[in-house]
Design a protein around this ligand. Sequence first.
Ligand SMILES: Nc1ncnc2c1ncn2[C@@H]1O[C@H](COP(=O)(O)OP(=O)(O)OP(=O)(O)O)[C@@H](O)[C@H]1O
Length: 356
Amino acid sequence: MLEVSIRKTFGKFTLQTSFTAEKGVLGILGSSGCGKSMTLKCIAGLQKPDSGSILLNGKPLFSSGSNLDVPSRKRNIGYVFQNYALFPHLTVSQNIAYGLGHLDRTQHKAKVASMVQRMQLSGHAHHYPFQLSGGQQQRCALARTLVTEPDLLLLDEPFSALDTHIKHLLEKELIQIIQENFDGIVLLVTHNIEEAYRICDRIMVMDQGRNLQIGAKEDIISNPVSLTAARITGCKNLFDVRVLEEHEGHVLLEAGQLVFKAQKNHTPVSRHMVAGIRAHHLRLHSGVSHKENVFECEVVEKVEGVFSTTLQVDCRGLLFQLEIAKASCPHLTGTDRGRLRLHIPMKRVFLMEPEV
Ligand SMILES: Nc1ncnc2c1ncn2[C@@H]1O[C@H](COP(=O)(O)OP(=O)(O)OP(=O)(O)O)[C@@H](O)[C@H]1O
């Protein structure tokens, strides 16, 4: 287990974070400059926190109280940087061997050869980084790190420089490599919720140097703790609401001209709140519907993607954004277009305190 509780100030910016991570992939999600990379650097020993402690599998790596600061090279942590940072003048084998300086040559060779094979780089062992594709470079960078058998793997935006198609392929490959070759803790820094959701088991949401929320990814999506956490995790529909009625399991909300039901969550109910619903949780119906929370609406904007359609609909003066899989909205192209109805599934609405 990784246990982090640190504070570090850089001019006007202060990183103050406490969290734990167990085996599996924890995504650190936040916008640019919120302190994601700084968190990784402190854990790796590349930056020294002003105060606090870092423990990895029970072993202290840093403790301001005991004046302990284990040097970076002795922490047994693997760090894969944004651009992979391969040594351009070394071949694939030499790059992979770089971290193994302490082993004798026979052991050295065997380990590198095995890693080259596991990462499917056999035909490229003597190639230089500039002769490799993006995917091969990523595998080489991972191989160089995994060959040292780290207890913790830190990945800092490993796909940030790649185009969407390659990104998806490499994401899949990364998940597979980790599952097959690494049994430890992984921290993955990203500012992309989709990426975090696809790759990670748990997600930590960061803002301005602090962690706002940490939990299972499904929970982060269905119950963001605050408006900021909802925004960072990509929620497109956020409305100021007035609570008209409070019942045992649900509340009746008013947003402008619209009155709809929402299931209660862990946020204590107050008179004025913010309600959120994710674009992919909203539904469109054509014709009559007897479901609750169904309202007539009009399509204001429609953007066709390859597999899904993004819509903006006007529902009694409120604008909602929807993301609908193409296969599930044939009525959008039909003659029913004018009689569309918006369904707001009450279980999908989450309530939050307004932020001042
Ligand atoms: N060496 C430094 N000296 C001064 N300020 C720094 C230094 N390194 C980082 N900072 C500041 O600390 C804050 C957090 O930086 P950090 O690199 O951790 O952000 P980030 O969340 O990883 O952002 P990005 O997604 O853009 O990489 C930023 O405001 C940055 O300006």
